[in-house]
Design a protein around this ligand. Structure first.
Ligand code: UDP
Length: 236
């Protein structure tokens, strides 16, 4: 039995680069698609938000002289590129998916609405919510919080390259200790960088739990759905 009926899966654009350092790594993409297919076959309703950091980030663009709003729009377009790639990889595995966009851009994707998304998920489509929130100065983490709350997901699964939340960055500090669970308030007080504060606050205020886990290990998504304790749960 799946632990969750409906999930919002957040994938970072950066993870999509795999070992390439830029763009989309076909192997990583295929692995993500296979993991999603596995839980789709269990009957889980799946909404996905994928970042764009492997292609463009507005903030780093503005540091190089780009107009911030145009840079953020470029970043949002980057998330659309990644969403199309993921949709294509799912299609190759015979998993039906729909790319919905926060900004009108038919025929690339349908314009997002909560009801369209829920109907599609109930009809067995994986929904990929692209272009973040559609507005500059936000991130795809905030986009995932927003979509997760809107579609009434049971949980936001944040797939990262580490296996949960630690007292410090485990890639930099060998003494870092992992939390099995943590409250949103503790994330603020300890200054932990799990998601940006806007995204964390939205989840806190609307009671959407976040589960942080390592998506780069094959089979981990299935383990989370099976209820195995492999990551960190964030709750009120
Ligand atoms: N972005 C935005 N509004 C949104 C979501 C994303 O302006 O609602 C832009 C922003 O410039 C961001 C980029 O899209 O840097 C890519 O998204 P993000 O950095 O969240 O991707 P990730 O780091 O998860 O790959």
């Amino acid at each position: 039995m799946a632990k969750f009926k409906r999930i919002l899966l957040k994938l970072s654009g950066e993870s999509l680069m795999g070992r390439q350092g830029f763009g989309i790594d076909a192997e990583r993409l295929a692995d993500y698609a296979a993991q999603i297919k596995e839980i789709h076959e269990m009957g889980v309703q799946i909404g996905i938000v994928i970042g764009g950091g492997n292609i463009f980030r507005g903030l780093s663009g503005s540091q190089k002289g780009f107009d911030r709003v145009k840079g953020d729009q470029m970043g949002m377009c980057a998330t659309v590129i990644n969403s199309l790639a993921l949709s294509s990889a799912l299609g190759a595995l015979d998993v039906k998916s729909k790319v919905l966009t926060a900004i009108r851009m038919e025929p690339i994707g349908e314009f997002y609405s909560k009801w369209k998304a829920i109907e599609a998920m109930e009809n067995g489509y994986v929904c990929i919510f692209s272009a973040g929130t559609g507005s500059p100065y936000f991130t795809t983490d905030t986009g995932s919080s927003l979509r997760g709350i809107e579609i009434e997901a049971d949980v936001m699964l944040k797939g990262t390259r580490v296996d949960g939340i630690y007292t410090a960055d485990p890639e930099k500090d060998a003494t870092a200790v992992k939390f099995n669970e943590i409250t949103y308030d503790e994330i603020y007080t300890r200054g932990l960088k799990v998601m940006d504060l806007t995204a964390t606050t939205m989840c806190k205020e609307n009671g959407l739990p976040i589960y942080v886990f390592n998506m780069d290990v094959k089979g981990n998504l299935r383990k989370v759905i099976d209820g195995e304790d492999i990551g960190t749960l964030v709750h009120n």
